[in-house]
Design a binder for this molecule. Sequence first.
Ligand SMILES: Cc1cc2nc3c(=O)[nH]c(=O)nc-3n(C[C@H](O)[C@H](O)[C@H](O)COP(=O)(O)OP(=O)(O)OC[C@H]3O[C@@H](n4cnc5c(N)ncnc54)[C@H](O)[C@@H]3O)c2cc1C
Length: 417
Amino acid sequence: MDPLYRIFYPDESITIPADLDEYIALLSKKFPDEKEGISKLFDTIKNLAEDIQRLPTSLKICDIMLFPLKFPLIFKYYKKTFADMMADFIMDAKLKSIISAGWPCAGLPPSKVSALYMCVFLHSAHVEGFYRTKGGAQAFVDLLVKALARYGGVLQLKTKAAKIQVENNRVIGVETSKGERVHAKCIVSNIDARQTFLNLIGREKLNRKFSERLERMEPSISFFQAWLGIDVDPRNNGVNESEILYYSSYNTDEIYDSCLTGGFESMCAISIPSLLDPNLAPEGKHVIGILYPVSYDFEQQWMMENEKRGQEYQNLKVKVTNRLIKTVERVVPRLSEHIIVSEAATPLTLGRYTLNYKGAAYGWAHVPDQVGTNRLQPKTHIKGLYLAGHWTTPGGGTIAVALSGKTTAEMILKKQI
Ligand SMILES: Cc1cc2nc3c(=O)[nH]c(=O)nc-3n(C[C@H](O)[C@H](O)[C@H](O)COP(=O)(O)OP(=O)(O)OC[C@H]3O[C@@H](n4cnc5c(N)ncnc54)[C@H](O)[C@@H]3O)c2cc1C
């Protein structure tokens, strides 16, 4: 995607080009006093991200001893937030806000998100680029399923893994919700980590310290989402970009706090995929996705009564959608007059479809205490049980979980060959 995205602030909008040199030149022109710092910051982001890619999947004692010498940048920023890291290079608060505008993709603002995780995200955005799947996200899933079948895999839909059978601290199989038992020497779980350990295996089979750690770990943010079908071309209003971020101020902490308390006017992420792939909507029509980071526990009103979502919940969904549409109208004026289809999802919807704890969008929150070796590792303390996906390393995001799957597969294959 080029440009990567456009950011709307109350006083101006900035379009972020895909080319990193062009982006650095744009920032340096806007903030001439910070030119040297900007260039140093992006060099550090690149070097850090490349060092992270070079990290061995498991560290031997000698690796640990030599770690500060071999990976000085990782060692320096391991426990730091991205705000700490930016402060080493630049001063201007507005500039810091622009550079970290993509923070909702990491789930936390710069003052809370791990410097390492944010650097990997920024490197992936500005060096490797942003992509959308032609034909929509389902096209990507269909390809994965095709590949699974090609290698003899079987996908069972509407079937839960109900139990992971463990004997003498070793997995022996899986029991499905249909009562089927599948014997296995090796199991890979990419589902919610609390579900894997606390429900499917059971607390009684885990050591106490480990279950306490699981209870303590903090899940990432969830999202409220709305999708609209519209009968107007956003380009008529000068909106040409398929990814847009709207912020009511440059203060990222204030915005994040307002997200947690339902300040739906403070920000939103808007995507218009039909601008890139016209086949996603009928001719002359477009699709708009609105994303807003929000807590699962917001106002308690997301909560269901007796496992049923009542009228109050439906009303809240409509109310929030309308408030977000008003926010989007700051970017696409009079949008509400052109909506022909509208659909919304709350953190409960995300929880229902993915069974991720509290509708978490990215597994564990990407705070410094929960990334790298502080995150659950792909090889677990139960023999034959491996993790993949966003509850293990490196963390949330499609590319990250694909890499995690690859790492886990290699780990298992190396062991068996
Ligand atoms: C609204 C939203 C927008 C996002 N946007 C982006 C983006 O633009 N780019 C990006 O890179 N990342 C994005 N992410 C993050 C990304 O989607 C996730 O990090 C990633 O999908 C995690 O993949 P996973 O395989 O670890 O887990 P999941 O995608 O959660 O998959 C787990 C699967 O396991 C199934 N399951 C759960 N329990 C069981 C069980 N007991 N038995 C059988 N099956 C079970 C679930 O139904 C689910 O299908 C977004 C996330 C959200 C919520």
